[in-house]
Design a protein around this ligand. Sequence first.
Ligand code: A3P
Length: 327
Amino acid sequence: LQTLPPVRLAQKYFQIFPDERDPLWQNPCHDKRHKDIWSKEKTCDRLPKFLVIGPQKTGSTALHSFLTLHPAITSSFPSTVTFEEVQFFSGPNYQRGIDWYMDFFPVPSNASTDFLFEKSANYFDTETAPKRAAALLPRAKIITILINPADRAHSWYQRAHQDPVTLNYTFHEVITAGPSSPAALLSLHRRCLQPGAYSSHLERWLHHYQPSQLLMVDGVQLRSSPAHVMDGIQKFLGVTPYYNYTQALMYDFKLFHILGFWCQKVEAGRSRCLGKSKGRKYPEMNPESRSFLSEYYREHNVELLRLLKRLGQPLPVWLRDELHNAS
Ligand code: A3P
């Protein structure tokens, strides 16, 4: 039997199996061989039971804040670097390994009834996220929120507007950019529009998770009737005790704004809403951009309709309206 010193052995190994250079973390407790060498001090319970995967600008922060009101649901600790989100499965943090990830979660007092979760809104459209998530959390439930992709793109642009590159371009320029456009504009175009190709992103998640593990929340309904949506989410998760969101939330008219939002009810007649960066007031999308985006997303929306019918999931009103108006 021949062997090599550890580093050379590793080099040899990765020469023979180059695909394994990229780690794919699995739950140590799902494999006896791994569990046996996993430290006795550690627990596999510090992992989420469900993920809110976004996409961005669909109401994911509101959903996160409503979920944390539930007595049996606990969010990950906020990251100080990535807008509070852990963003483990979607980027360079993944290389930091599962101890790094687990440190974002408390040790649950009762692992079977406590529901840990995290929300990272860029998981939805990150190519590698479903595969990585399914390797570590094969039994997790996955929640995604969908609004009209045209509105999502518009909201994303308004938020990105603080960025000096975005300031150089109008929304219409961003969405209509073509192959001959400058690289910075093309990058904005891609980041603005790509997450809205819902059906292709969802198919990727469905490649790694069973349909019964996936819930698609209508973001328009989440905004207008959050208590009703939260009831559906509680059922989907199978979390107890039942939490009465009708009593926990109140509508805040925001005296000087046209917009009103559902917020957490604190003391009699007072509410706690999300920060200023959510639900901002900005000009409506111009009709030219809207019709461009209707056309741009038409095939994706038709595919989404097929997918939802295939899965027996309800069709959001915005999707019916969009396809009706486009036909
Ligand atoms: P706008 O800022 O464009 O209005 P995300 O948290 O995923 O980035 O989504 C932000 C969007 O959530 C906001 O978009 C806002 O419309 C929407 N939203 C839905 N319910 C909300 C609520 N209760 N409070 C604040 N924003 C909410």
